[in-house]
Design a protein around this ligand. Structure first.
Ligand code: BG6
Length: 467
């Protein structure tokens, strides 16, 4: 195996999916607090009891115990996010919420105790609700200043404790699910492509601005962009399908391109023409976009097969990346294509285009798990399916490294069971650590190591040799 020394082996989470304590420590409401069904159902006026994220997996109170379990697992890096509404509860206060900052002081102190490198996402689908209500989320340019203010506070506060920063989680999702990606409360059906791409433009400008600030605050900071990736495969070798796959791929690369080169790609013209988009881009925006990132991070769950005439084929599952059934692949219980080789493809694709270090920020298998009692009478989950999934994907990361791609880290999703993003559920689990909280909200919240926990520990210990 060719994993380099210092490879950032780790796991990932997001604040809104695990912290809970949605109103404690001075936290304000985030948009997630009124999304009891994720993006699958309607938003509510106020937080409702059926929203599993309000309690999450109670990490806010158990972070020390959880990080100790991560340390025992041997991870080198922990990708997490800061809940913006813990720092600026309504988003537009003059002063940050000191109690919120102190919570992350404590979290980072635990990481430091075990030599775990935090990789911190500034915005992981959780903007303050008050801003979303006032401005319809990122549709408004006003969001840029509030995000920059929040970012400046945390970048400064944690300038000596955190080195790796990611500006927006899956920034391309704003044009797929404007509610999830952009905190936009207007239903997607009432939005034009212009609205969505303009909102995404505001995020790209904000990302440039924050990248600039970050490098001024600490020249050693490594700042990355993050996209939801899925290689696009043409369903047939019909040139129309090939072009469809190319265009679909470009709609993701568009975001990486801006982050890596400081300007929109040549094919943006076609996208704008096809979708009737005329972006408002100021001279200042153009300058801010020039602040390019140090690394590219991305999530990878599955590939997406497309065709010009999609109607004649059967559809496959996926969170947000739903394509057609690919006859060459197997499928998970949730009907997601299982495609480890697609990860090698994606790594090569990004490296070939941008030659920036790559970080696999998310990769994992969502499956329902059963807690069983093992031969010693302790509880576990025999999740061989997850081991197989992660093993096969890591083998492909190694292949990409052997191809010559510079991969600096891999944080599997999710290091422990947390509430899912797209459907806000607890039945579909990704963790190496089982959390006893069920879909109906009941459970002791106790943590149990799954079989995959022990498997991953060995992988890290051997720097990949045990794969
Ligand atoms: C990614 C998100 O899209 O997929 C995570 O960044 C999310 O927040 C993960 O949890 C898995 O998706 P889901 O909807 O199954 O939780």
């Amino acid at each position: 195996m060719s994993f380099p020394d210092g490879f950032l082996w780790g796991g990932a989470t997001a604040a809104n999916q695990l912290e809970g304590a949605y109103l404690e420590g001075g936290k304000g409401l985030s948009v997630q607090d009124i999304m009891p069904s994720g993006v699958m159902g309607p938003i509510t006026l106020e937080p409702t009891k059926d929203n599993l994220k309000l309690i999450g997996v109670d990490y806010y109170h158990r972070y020390a115990e959880d990080i100790a379990m991560f340390a025992e697992l041997g991870i080198k890096a922990y990708r997490m996010s800061i809940a913006w509404s813990r720092i600026f509860p309504k988003g537009d206060e003059e002063q940050p919420n000191e109690e919120g900052l102190q919570f992350y002081d404590r979290v980072f102190a635990e990481c430091k105790k075990y030599n775990i490198e935090p990789v911190v996402t500034l915005s992981h689908y959780e903007p303050p609700l008050a801003l979303c209500r006032k401005y319809d989320g990122w549709r408004s340019r006003e969001m840029i200043q509030y995000f920059a203010k929040y970012a400046k506070v945390v970048l400064t506060r944690f300038k000596d404790t955190v080195k790796y920063w990611i500006t927006f989680n899956e920034v391309n999702v704003t044009v797929i699910s404007p509610l999830l990606g952009g905190g936009i409360l207007t239903p997607k059906a009432n939005l034009t492509k212009q609205d969505m791409y303009q909102a995404a433009h505001h995020q790209l400008v904000a990302s440039g601005l924050v990248t600039k600030m970050a490098h001024e605050i600490n020249a050693d900071f490594q700042v990355g962009c993050m996209v939801a990736s899925a290689p696009r495969y043409p369903r047939t070798c019909n040139p129309d399908d090939i072009l469809k796959a190319m265009e679909d791929q470009q709609e993701v690369s568009y975001f990486v391109h801006v982050h890596c080169t400081g300007e929109y790609p040549f094919y943006a013209k076609r996208i704008f023409r096809d979708y009737n988009i005329c972006l408002v881009i100021t001279e200042e925006d153009k300058e801010l976009l020039k602040n390019t990132v140090d690394f590219i991070s991305f999530s990878y769950y599955n590939s997406k097969t497309v065709a010009q005439d999609a109607g004649q084929y059967q559809g496959a599952g996926g969170n947000l990346m739903r394509g057609l059934k690919n006859p060459y692949l197997e499928y998970s219980d949730y009907n997601y294509p299982l495609d480890p080789k697609g990860l090698r493809y994606m790594l090569n694709y990004f490296y070939e285009h941008y030659q920036k270090p790559l970080f696999v920020a998310e990769n994992g298998l969502g499956q329902s798990d059963t807690l069983i009692s093992d031969e010693n009478g302790s509880f576990t989950v025999a999740d061989d399916y997850r081991i197989k999934f992660l093993n096969n994907h890591l083998v492909q990361v190694n292949e990409a490294i052997e191809d010559g791609v510079k991969v600096i880290g891999y944080t599997m999703w999710s290091i422990m069971d947390i509430v899912s993003a797209a459907s806000a559920e607890l039945t579909k689990r990704y963790g190496l650590i089982y959390v006893d909280r069920l879909q109906d909200g009941t459970g002791t919240l106790k943590r149990f190591k799954k079989k995959s926990y022990h498997w991953y520990k060995k992988v890290i210990e051997t720097n990949g040799e045990s794969l």
